[in-house]
Design a protein around this ligand. Structure first.
Ligand code: BG6
Length: 502
């Protein structure tokens, strides 16, 4: 967690270097880490893929990515040129053992004049079906041997259901030890997600009321205004549930619901987070419709533009049954949270892009003020905004100025932008630096992945067996299907509707 030392020499080997992730996220993140002085002097990036490319061509392509995607905007030669010297490219066939022999030699050559042996970070920016085979090849050529120096970084999806996740794990752990595996959930690199820990555990104010006695329910929303864009091929097989819930939403859930860790030791934090997922009450197979609802977007309007229905998106089946929206109600069966509902929702083509955790507190036990004094009474509500307009907002009742006793709800606000006035690093900067520094705190452990899939498996089973007839069931640019409204209305509650500028 602390960044107070220069990390050891390292080579970041990216499998899938011509892909979007490398160009748009990974190399811009590494470049910013270099500018901010977080990288060791002896550091190199080796990009691998099936495309023939010289180092210079690779560098030019990466510069284009940095120019377009870096939070710092366009690069200048003074910063870029020395950094570019650390970027290299290698042609490789990921299924061919010979490529791994060449890789070994290339790694030795890159670090030939370095003062000490580097760490090797193998980043799999490749389709998930290659995770197991690439891991096995790395093992066979001896590149996974150094347990304290060799790390494998993987991007979701970690399987597509419980069984495939277990199988993937078997394949990876046949070669790598769990401590060498860094499973990325980019939400864990977001400043505001990390701030949930600071907010909860660095302030004495909130922890005493952070329980079933004071909290009525919580809502976690990750809403997107975009559609599936160019990812129809992947998304149509995955759907909103697999794409967002066992990973991003469950990670946020575990941060808001976890017990206080004793320290920031990586396994201590992950144990406490994992405990939340293990305590979530399983959804009974015959009651899925009471706990989970789904939707698919129809044509509509977003940001003033007419947009197509999901079924008309490129590489999507015109009769697709895939959900683009999901909402679930969960309970965490432990002392702290017994019978407090956690409502989670996520969807594409919703009215705005925003992610937020909203905590609704119980009403006061006895109302000193009659209803006539507080016609607009609302419960205390704490909103932790993850994006955009990152910050925290607390709604309280206050006396309206005047000679009569009239109470109205008002908001107290903390805004990241206004309070700190500095640019936050990108999620990938934080996470890559964690890998370079061997800090797995923010990464998903095998038991967390398994717990996540176990929880969504009954929903996957029920939805897989039952062809839905009312899709599409929400308009693009709306807040999702009516079923999501009913999920809360049945409990006498409603979703929070923030004001968000798009
Ligand atoms: C990804 C999902 O993991 O997260 C995408 O696969 C989704 O479908 C994205 O759009 C959302 O991330 P962010 O950082 O834009 O909120």
């Amino acid at each position: 967690m602390e960044r107070n030392h220069v990390p050891e020499p390292a080579i970041l080997v990216i499998f899938g270097a011509s892909g979007d992730l490398t160009w748009r996220k990974l190399v811009p993140a590494v470049f910013n880490l270099r500018i901010d002085g977080h990288l060791p002097g002896e550091f190199a990036v080796l990009g691998l893929d099936r495309k023939e490319m010289t180092d210079d061509e690779f560098r030019d392509r990466m510069r284009d990515g940095v120019d377009r995607a870096s939070r710092r905007g366009k690069t200048d030669d003074a910063a870029w040129n020395p950094f570019a010297q650390s970027l290299h490219h290698m042609l490789a066939d990921f299924g061919d053992a010979k490529s791994y022999e060449v890789l070994k030699k290339r790694l030795q050559a890159l670090a030939k004049d370095w003062k000490s042996e580097p760490n090797y970070i193998f980043y799999l920016a490749v389709p998930p079906e290659l995770f197991g085979p690439v891991a096995a090849q790395l093992g066979q050529c001896g590149l996974a041997r150094l347990r304290n120096r060799t790390f494998l970084v993987l991007e979701k999806p970690f399987g597509h259901d419980l069984e495939s996740a277990r199988e993937l794990d078997r394949q990876l752990t046949a070669t790598f030890h769990e401590s060498q595996l860094y499973r990325i959930d980019h939400y864990m690199g977001k400043e505001t997600v990390q701030n949930i820990l600071a907010f909860r555990f660095a302030n004495s104010l909130f922890e005493p009321i952070w329980n079933r006695r004071y909290i009525d329910h919580m809502q976690i929303t990750v809403a997107e205004s975009n559609g599936v864009e160019h990812r129809g091929g992947y998304y149509d097989k995955a759907g909103a549930l697999r794409d967002m819930v066992p990973n991003h939403l469950f990670q946020i859930l575990s941060m808001v619901a976890m017990e206080p860790p004793i320290s920031f030791d990586a396994d201590e934090v992950r144990n406490k987070k994992g405990d939340v997922l293990k305590a979530v009450r399983p959804i009974p197979a015959d009651q899925v419709s009471k706990f989970a609802v789904r939707g698919q977007y129809d044509a509509g309007w977003t940001k003033g533009q007419k947009v197509a229905a999901y079924r008309k998106e490129p590489r999507v089946d015109p009769k697709s049954n895939t959900e683009t929206f999901v909402a679930v109600k969960l309970f965490v069966d432990n002392w702290r949270w017994q019978e407090v509902p956690f409502y989670l929702r996520t969807g594409k083509r919703l009215a705005a892009r925003y992610s937020e955790v909203v905590v609704y507190f119980r009403p006061v036990p006895h109302s000193t003020f009659p209803t006539s004094c507080q016609p607009n009474w609302l419960p205390n509500r704490l909103a932790i905004r993850i994006q955009p307009e990152e910050g925290i907002q607390l709604r309280i009742m206050a006396k309206h100025p005047g000679l009569t006793m009239r109470l109205d709800p008002v908001e107290m606000k903390f805004s990241y932008a206004a309070s700190f006035q500095i640019q936050s690093p990108e999620a990938y900067e934080a996470l890559l630096l964690d890998v370079i520094e061997h800090d797995p705190t923010q990464f998903l452990r095998d038991d967390m992945i398994e717990a996540g899939w176990s929880l969504v498996q009954p929903i996957l089973d029920a939805w897989g067996n039952d062809r839905i007839t009312d899709f599409p069931n929400y308009e693009a640019g709306s807040w999702g299907p009516d079923a999501a409204t009913h999920l809360l209305a049945n409990d006498g509650r409603s979703w929070s509707r923030p004001k968000v500028e798009e």
